[in-house]
Design a protein around this ligand. Structure first.
Ligand code: URA
Length: 221
């Protein structure tokens, strides 16, 4: 039971603070967003899904703290699992080319992450339980960075970030705006572009929509 003497003292203090303009009944401030380093540390210790027992390294993502653009892929592959870095294999080299030769940015200026932070064995599709377990990390990264543009690479990332289940072809080619979210652009996954080079044209169109949103012009060739 509440101690009446302490309850009265608390009430008095609350009134006095109220007179000083301090509102004790105001809702607490929302917790400050975690920093990217803190999120990476939490990812490194995560055992929330079975991928923790098959991974070599966690792959939290990497890039600039103040990045205006955040690229989001599906999940680490073999090269990423071995190195702990996102998009470092052949698909990653193409992504780097898109960022550097296409957008005129340095790879270190953007942030690159994945929906899943651990490699699914044999690069199979992410499972619903794995995505659910990993979602808080991606959401914390978005909240921490607050990029001006999210670029979803491929159908899995696009559907995950948009909360839908649509073919990529129906999602690409425009910015998706949702209150409280950075605008999102969906485009082809670089691994798909390596298998289907004809789709690079469409990808370049998408990237130009993102560049226009960011006020970027292509570098001189
Ligand atoms: N494919 C992805 O979706 N992410 C990576 O990091 C590498 C390949």
């Amino acid at each position: 039971m509440a101690d009446p003497v302490h309850a009265a003292a608390a009430l008095l203090l609350q009134q006095e603070l109220g007179e000083l303009g301090v509102d004790c009944l105001a809702p607490p401030a929302p917790p400050a967003a975690l920093g990217l380093e803190q999120i990476a540390t939490a990812v490194a210790g995560c055992h929330a899904c079975p991928l923790a027992s098959t991974r070599t390294c966690t792959v939290p993502g990497e890039g600039a703290v103040g990045a205006a653009v955040m690229f989001v892929g599906e999940a680490p592959g073999r090269d990423e699992d071995l190195s702990g870095r996102p998009f470092v294999g052949p698909a990653g080299q193409l992504l780097t080319k898109i960022i550097e030769s296409g957008m005129g940015l340095r790879r270190e200026q953007v942030f690159i992450a994945n929906v899943l932070k651990c490699r699914p064995p044999g690069n199979r599709d992410p499972q619903a339980q794995e995505k659910e377990a990993c979602t808080p990390f991606l959401e914390q990264q978005i909240a921490s960075l607050q990029p001006r543009l999210l670029v979803a690479l491929g159908r899995h990332a696009a559907n995950h970030l948009l909360g839908c289940d649509q073919p990529l072809g129906s999602l690409r080619g425009r910015l998706h705006e949702k209150p409280g979210r950075p605008p999102l652009l969906a485009t082809y996954h670089p691994a798909y572009l390596l298998r289907n080079p004809a789709a690079k044209r469409d990808c370049w169109q998408d990237i130009q929509i993102g560049m226009h949103h960011l006020g970027l012009t292509p570098p001189a060739r």
